[in-house]
Design a protein around this ligand. Structure first.
Ligand SMILES: *[C@@H]1O[C@H](CO)[C@@H](O)[C@H](O)[C@H]1NC(C)=O
Ligand SMILES: *[C@@H]1O[C@H](CO)[C@@H](O)[C@H](O)[C@H]1NC(C)=O
Ligand SMILES: *[C@@H]1O[C@H](CO)[C@@H](O)[C@H](O)[C@H]1NC(C)=O
Ligand SMILES: *[C@@H]1O[C@H](CO)[C@@H](O)[C@H](O)[C@H]1NC(C)=O
Ligand SMILES: *[C@@H]1O[C@H](CO)[C@@H](O)[C@H](O)[C@H]1NC(C)=O
Ligand SMILES: *[C@@H]1O[C@H](CO)[C@@H](O)[C@H](O)[C@H]1NC(C)=O
Ligand SMILES: *[C@@H]1O[C@H](CO)[C@@H](O)[C@H](O)[C@H]1NC(C)=O
Ligand SMILES: *[C@@H]1O[C@H](CO)[C@@H](O)[C@H](O)[C@H]1NC(C)=O
Ligand SMILES: *[C@@H]1O[C@H](CO)[C@@H](O)[C@H](O)[C@H]1NC(C)=O
Ligand SMILES: *[C@@H]1O[C@H](CO)[C@@H](O)[C@H](O)[C@H]1NC(C)=O
Ligand SMILES: *[C@@H]1O[C@H](CO)[C@@H](O)[C@H](O)[C@H]1NC(C)=O
Ligand SMILES: *[C@@H]1O[C@H](CO)[C@@H](O)[C@H](O)[C@H]1NC(C)=O
Length: 548
């Protein structure tokens, strides 16, 4: 049904270059669900026009003045309308709510770039509909001078649909206060009602700590970027009430960032802000120590690339899911159940195979991962690894060298690559095929460096030898006496038999991701994005079919 509507909506403007009222001349284009006349409702409107109750598509809707029509009549009249080809303007009315509207597809008004204008409505307290549902609200939105209108709960929807294409001011609570001009000047005169800031918060050597402390006390959200550079502050606890710093990279025309850089006295952040849809840079703060909690928040939403050169400080209250790797290759001291490792993970000739089951749940490594001179064949002890993020500039995020038997790395679909300014280095692994796909996954801000592997990023001229035939290409064969791992055989036999009675077999049930997965958000938005692309493709195809 919706599909059919989209089809009609997109195809008609092709025929009507100049907008006319009334049904189309070509009867073949007539749509029984469409009202072909603009709807005007004003103070002299006593009755609503007697139109088909099946109408779902309108042209333009103008509501103006002291409306005498009751809310019940309005609700009944607009029951099925969700589409306005030429916009919605509600200006200077006495309405308290617009709950009779349920916009889903709205193009801009004739005389402006705005698809929806809600202005000067002195009694309006709530919108009564959710902009999130207005999937095809094009153009911009204007919501101004409605003195009783509190938009706090509507902002997410408005931002999701219109992002920066919005003008919102003069309401009881607006969707953020737009940062105009230099930030230091703006903040000193910012009204205390500004709970959300819209734009770039730029704190620098000229910022006044007293002003920041006072003005940020009630700010809970930044829709835009944050930059703290060249300050002498020892912490950023004046930002502690901020819960979210976000931007939608799919909608916004700019990519925003959180940048905390060149602050010589900064010891701790003291922030709780979650990052969603921004880049992250924290570096050149020589005294700074970032806590796992702060990092967890910074990676809570959709994260664009991160650029870190930081120390991570563990406290005794740090979540047990975060584990610090001491500078030792032994896994014996590693606790069980770690999901995030901080430090440099090294597999070498002393690889502690027996304790490697402790890596089973690891998803993220903040630091580096080295495999050198090992007898490993696969990395099946790390089936859940998702990402490796550098926290030191002098370390390659991944360094895999001199492993004669290694033929498979990051074989699972979960692995998403590295966030790093350094290259991954993979060399002298004669069995390892670094195919083009694997190389593209290992590309951070720099291309991976490969050489003397079985394959080297599609450049096969350096291949030295024919790959050796390996009859049992699994680690079990290398580490004699150590029992089998998951991949070899697991839970196929009855408890107590050989395959169950080993250090690999842990009492886990397959993890049904109940808790918040760090990367759930992006997947959601990606699939949503893709859905609308498919929708668009389908629409284009339909148009072609018609013209054929
Ligand atoms: C109300 O709208 C009608 C058109 O529907 C228009 O003729 C009339 O002038 C308008 N009245 C006022 C007071 O704006
Ligand atoms: C909104 O109403 C006011 C008061 O009647 C009028 O001055 C203004 O031009 C109207 N705005 C629009 C965009 O029609
Ligand atoms: C709207 O507000 C005016 C004051 O501006 C008031 O006189 C009027 O009764 C209100 N109307 C409604 C329907 O609440
Ligand atoms: C914070 O908000 C409260 C109530 O919303 C208000 O009373 C207080 O003055 C505000 N504080 C600042 C510093 O603006
Ligand atoms: C905000 O900062 C970003 C870079 O982080 C920049 O691209 C953008 O133009 C800035 N926006 C404004 C409004 O200053
Ligand atoms: C954490 O360590 C501090 C001292 O470093 C100690 O006073 C505090 O009791 C510890 N907290 C817990 C929960 O162990
Ligand atoms: C571990 O690192 C510390 C300081 O970084 C150093 O003093 C110590 O010798 C290192 N231990 C080993 C076994 O490398
Ligand atoms: C590689 O491992 C072997 C033992 O398997 C050891 O003798 C040799 O010294 C190691 N080489 C390097 C470069 O670490
Ligand atoms: C790899 O092996 C070569 C030759 O055996 C040796 O020169 C090199 O140092 C080794 N690299 C590492 C990282 O162990
Ligand atoms: C299981 O392991 C224990 C010790 O590790 C051993 O005593 C026992 O015989 C094993 N059971 C089976 C069925 O292999
Ligand atoms: C696994 O579960 C069994 C019974 O459910 C229990 O006896 C055993 O101790 C558990 N083993 C481990 C390593 O937790
Ligand atoms: C779908 O098409 C509309 C215009 O018809 C465009 O604005 C929108 O960005 C498209 N969406 C995607 C995901 O391509």
């Amino acid at each position: 049904m919706k599909m059919i509507l989209v089809f009609f909506i997109l195809i008609f403007p092709v025929y009507f270059a100049v907008r006319e009222q009334g049904p189309p001349e070509n009867p073949g284009l007539f749509n029984e669900f469409e009202n072909y006349y603009d709807i005007h409702i004003n103070e002299s409107t006593i009755f609503l026009p007697d139109t088909s109750p099946d109408f779902a598509i309108g042209q333009a809707l103008y509501i103006h003045g002291n409306i005498k029509i009751s809310m019940r009549e309005l609700t009944a009249y607009f029951q099925k309308y969700d589409t306005f080809r030429y916009g919605v303007r509600v200006n200077n009315t006495n309405l308290e709510t617009l709950s009779f509207l349920q916009p889903w597809f709205v193009n801009p008004l004739d005389d402006s770039v705005n698809s929806v204008e809600i202005t000067n409505n002195r009694n309006l307290t709530s919108l009564g509909f959710d902009f999130k549902d207005c999937t095809y609200c094009y153009g911009s939105v204007v919501i101004t001078n409605n003195p009783k209108l509190n938009l706090k709960n509507d902002c997410d929807g408005i931002i999701a649909i219109y992002n920066t294409r919005r003008k919102i001011s003069g309401n009881l609570a607006d969707c953020g206060c737009e940062i105009i001009g230099g930030f230091n000047k703006f903040i000193s005169t910012m009204p205390s009602s500004c709970w959300m800031l819209f734009g770039n918060v730029t704190i620098d050597e000229n910022s006044d700590l007293g002003v920041l402390q006072k003005k940020f006390a009630n700010v809970t959200r930044i829709n835009g970027g944050l930059s703290v550079q060249k300050t002498l502050f020892t912490d950023l606890s004046f930002l502690r009430s901020i819960e979210l710093i976000d931007s939608d990279p799919y909608q916004s025309t700019v990519f925003y960032s959180i940048v905390i850089k060149n602050n010589p006295n900064l010891i701790s952040l003291g922030m709780h802000a979650k990052r969603d849809g921004l880049y992250l840079t924290i570096r050149d703060n020589p005294k700074l120590c970032v806590t796992p909690e702060e990092l967890t928040n910074f990676y809570a939403g959709l994260g664009l690339d991160s650029n870190l050169d930081v120390t991570v400080c563990f406290k005794n209250e740090t979540s047990p899911k975060w584990c610090e790797l001491k500078n030792t290759t032994s896994l014996a001291n590693l606790p069980e159940g770690c999901e995030v490792l901080v430090g440099d993970l090294v597999f070498d000739e002393d690889f502690d195979f027996e304790n490697s089951y402790k890596l089973f749940y690891v998803e993220y490594i903040f630091g580096s991962f080295t495999i050198t001179n090992s007898s490993l064949r696969t990395l099946n002890m790390l089936p859940n690894l998702i990402k490796i993020r550098s926290i030191r500039d002098n370390k390659n995020p991944i360094h895999i060298s001199n492993n004669s038997g290694l033929h498979e790395i990051f074989f699972t679909f979960s692995f998403q690559g590295v966030e790093s300014g350094e290259s991954c280095v993979i060399e002298n692994n004669p069995s390892l095929a670094m195919d083009v796909h694997t190389c593209s996954i290992l590309k951070g801000r720099k291309e991976p460096k490969t050489g003397n592997n079985f394959q080297n990023c599609g450049d096969d001229t350096t291949t030295t030898s024919v790959r050796k035939y390996d009859s049992t290409p699994l680690n079990i064969d290398v580490y004699k006496g150590v029992p089998k791992f998951l991949e070899v055989s697991h839970a196929v036999d009855d408890p107590g038999t050989v395959t169950q009675n080993n250090t690999w077999d842990r009492n886990f049930t397959f993890i049904e991701d109940s808790d918040e997965d760090e990367d759930e958000e992006p997947e959601k938005s990606t699939s949503c994005f893709q859905k609308s692309i498919y929708l668009n493709i389908t629409v284009v195809l339909l148009i072609f079919l018609i013209f054929e």
